[in-house]
Structures are given as C-alpha cells and as structure tokens.
Design a protein. Structure first.
Length: 308
C-alpha cells in the first residue's frame, strides 16, 4: 500500500496557491488559474513559459507523428526488434507531445481565468508563511485559517501545538533565517527591476542567494535536472553520442546484406544528436559557472527544487 506524503496531499487538495508576478505583490490562485506557472507548487515541468513549452512541443511534433507510422511499417514487415524499439520511441515522443499539448491547453484556460480576475501570470511561488504574512498586512478577503495555509509553520489563533503537529509535518522554523531570505528576495527583485540578469537559488546551507546569471549553469534547478555536476552531464553527452553511433549502425546494417537502409533508425539518430547537443551545452555552461563561482567566492547552489 502506497502512502501519500502530507506535502504532496496538501499540494493536490489545497484551495489556494500563492505566488507573485514580477513585483512583490502576493496573489492567491486556484489550481485552474495557476496554469504552468513559473515555479510549480505541483508537477515537475521543465518549461515554465508558454514560449518554451510551444518550442518543446513543436520539436516533438515530427518524431511524434513518425514513430507510430514507422511502428506500423515494422509490424507489417514482422521485424520484432524494430517494432519494440519504435514502440519505446512512440511512448517517449508521442507521449511527450500529447503532454505538451495538454499543458498548453491548461495554460490557455488558466490565462482566460486570470484575465477575468485581473491576476498576473504567476512567475514565482511563495511559501504559505510568506503568503500568510502578506495577507495579514494586506487583507484580501482570504480567511487566515489552516485550511487556506496548510503548510504554515506556526499555529493559528486558537490552534493548539498538538493539533498543528498532527495536521502537518513538523517544521523547524527559523525566523532569523526567514528574515534574511526575505531581504535577499527583495534585493533580487530590485536587481531584476533594474534589468540585471540574476537567478535566485538556495545554497547548500539552505539560505537564499541571488546569483548573477553567469554563475548558474544548470544546477540545481535549470530544467530541474537530476545530474548536478558538469562532468556528470558530460557522461550523458557521451551516452547520447553512443546512441547516434548505434542508430547509424542500425541504419546502414541492412545495406551490407543487400537490403535497403532502415530509415526508421533516423529517429534515434535525431534524438541522440539533439540530446548530445543539449547536454553538451549544459555541461559547458555549468563548467564555466563553477569556475566563476570559485573566482568570486560565491556559495555553491543547493540541490532540489527552489520556490522563487
């Protein structure tokens, strides 16, 4: 039996999600109004903008259509090995394409709902504690209750400590650290308003730090990748390069036996080449960023998702 974590259950069932646009005003959104957002309170998207999502979906269109067509051809030729390979490609490309279309449709609906209320597109998610303090100072008709702020780390009026601990996971709340983080957050937004390119991340110690854009390659959060080092991404580049070589062998293999090239292997060639190009770029960016952080004595960014 799988037990759902309290944080995940809270993200799925809560009535409001809190975030800001490009200014410091905190807004409350329903799940339908959030769309793809900019810093997800739920989900795990690698594209946080409509432009990025459209680009990814467009790139997936051709392989998403070719994969099932070539699968039918492979089945008609009774080529079991190729059929299994193309089935995996169809699950990857066609599934990703359909997911992209679904997310674009969700963002379109969310945009219409936000416009009806005059809400900006959410760019950065904020914690329940940050949202609660904002609405305490700027009442907006949202009752300050545990139901509306389920992850708030300090009790509400009339709420006992025992009840708070049974309704959510215990949180070690450091008010001084939270105050420093809010100062960094405010300075970060001012820098953005001045046109500076900066990235807000948590460091290995858990505190926020506003990095110049050239000090962040991909770790810890660009694209929400799981690999954290430039050399780890370099290994992925090598794997993608090996996939290109394998696909070329599959493409030209039948020619040596007097047959026609297996054109379906070009899907793997394209996938491997794009993957190698993308991962190489990320490895190069992180290598340069790590050198700059060392020269400027900047703290190392921590791992995992960061709400901005």
């Amino acid at each position: 039996m799988t037990v759902e974590s309290p944080r995940r259950r809270s993200a799925l069932s809560r009535p409001w999600y809190f975030g800001t646009g490009m200014d410091s005003t905190v807004h409350a959104y329903t799940r339908e109004e959030w769309g793809i957002g900019g810093s997800q309170p739920f989900g795990n998207y690698t594209a946080h903008t409509v432009t990025g999502l459209v680009t990814v979906t467009a790139l997936m269109t051709i392989p998403a259509i070719l994969a099932p067509v070539l699968l039918i051809v492979a089945i008609a030729r009774l080529n079991v090995g190729m059929a299994l390979l193309l089935l995996a490609c169809m699950a990857l490309f066609t599934g990703s394409w359909l997911l992209g279309l679904r997310s674009l449709r969700r963002e379109s609906v969310a945009g219409k709902l936000r416009r009806l209320k005059g809400l900006p597109k959410p760019r950065f998610a904020v914690t329940d504690d940050q949202a609660r303090r904002w609405f305490e100072a700027h009442p907006a008709g949202i009752p300050l209750t545990r139901e509306n702020f389920p992850d708030s780390s300090y009790p509400f009026p009339g709420e006992s400590r025992d009840r708070r601990e049974t309704t959510k996971a215990p949180v070690n709340f450091d008010r001084e650290r939270e105050r420093r983080n809010e100062d960094v957050h405010a300075d970060h937004r001012k820098a953005l308003a001045r046109g500076q390119k900066r990235v807000l991340r948590k460091t290995d110690t858990g505190e926020l730090h506003s990095y110049p854009a050239d000090e962040i390659g991909f770790s810890p959060g660009r694209g929400q990748v799981q690999v954290r080092s430039w050399w780890g991404m370099g290994i992925l580049t090598a794997v993608m390069g090996a996939l290109v070589v394998l696909s070329l062998v599959m493409l030209l293999g039948p020619v040596g036996r007097g047959g026609q090239p297996f054109w379906g292997a070009l899907i793997l060639t394209a996938f491997g080449a794009l993957g190698a190009w993308y991962t190489f770029g990320m490895a190069r960016d992180e290598y340069r960023a790590k050198k700059l952080r060392a020269e400027r004595q900047a703290p190392e960014p921590g791992a995992g998702h960061v709400s901005q």
